[in-house]
Ligand binder design. Structure first.
Ligand code: URA
Length: 240
């Protein structure tokens, strides 16, 4: 059972506040009966009409932004019985992760049951920027930063141009911290980009996907995306 205004907003039809207005105005029907009470609930299979439009049940999508912690696999089901990112989200809907973060990588990960958005975001040449913070063993040299920017060959294919900033170096510990923004999503891309230049990534965090960042989310915490955020993701995928 779900409150009707929540059901309407999670379908993507409009915001919850707008749904409440429409309910109060008598523009919402459940199984052919006008419903004006905001607390009314609906169950799966109920036919909901808003302003004369039937809500498509299959469009009841959920979207989450998780700050993935270390030690969790990015799949829906792990054959070795390890904890998965889906186990961290409290929902009965069959959601799945969009793309992959390695077992030891932390940071921003979207989970949803919206296949269209997932496919757009996971395309190898996806146009949505993803920003990573990488801690690397060794002092990364300026010519190597330029190579990372211009593209390096991994698995026989040159990576696209990337934005790369050297954030800091620790001469004593011989480590460097860099920020990289890429829009491709090849397997282990960041680690491999450094590997071909002779550096090992010792810590990796995804800071941002498009305009979504980790503000307010500790590792293991998640939040739902707003309709506006979902719309922005769609427009980033389609309009660049
Ligand atoms: N690149 C990697 O190497 N690992 C990740 O988890 C994500 C991007």
């Amino acid at each position: 059972m779900e409150r009707i205004q929540k059901r309407i907003s999670s379908s993507g039809y409009c915001s919850r506040r707008k749904a409440e207005e429409l309910i109060k105005k008598g523009l919402v029907e459940v199984n052919g009966e006008v419903v004006t009470k905001l607390g009314s609930t609906v169950k799966p299979g109920d036919i909901i009409t808003v302003e004369g439009n039937i809500l498509d049940n299959s469009k009841s999508y959920e979207y989450y932004l998780l700050n993935k912690p270390k030690g969790v696999v990015t799949t829906t089901n792990d054959e070795k019985g390890r904890k998965t990112v889906v186990d961290l989200i409290d929902t009965s809907t069959r959601i799945y992760p969009v793309g992959r973060l390695d077992y030891d990588t932390t940071g921003a990960l979207i989970l949803t049951n919206d296949g269209e958005l997932a496919n757009l975001l996971m395309k190898p040449d996806s146009l949505v920027d993803k920003t990573y913070i990488a801690k690397v063993k060794g002092i990364v040299q300026i010519p190597d930063i330029q190579k990372l920017r211009n593209g390096v060959v991994i698995d026989g294919v040159k990576t696209r141009k990337a934005k790369v900033k050297l954030k800091s170096i620790d001469k004593k510990k011989e480590t460097s911290i860099l920020e990289l923004t890429i829009h491709e999503g090849k397997n282990h891309q960041i680690k491999k980009m450094f590997e071909v230049l002779g550096y090992k990534v010792i810590k990796l965090r995804r800071e941002r996907i498009g305009e979504l960042n980790l503000k307010g989310l500790l590792p293991g915490e998640y939040r739902k995306l707003s309709i506006k955020e979902v719309k922005i993701l769609y427009s980033l995928c389609k309009n660049k």
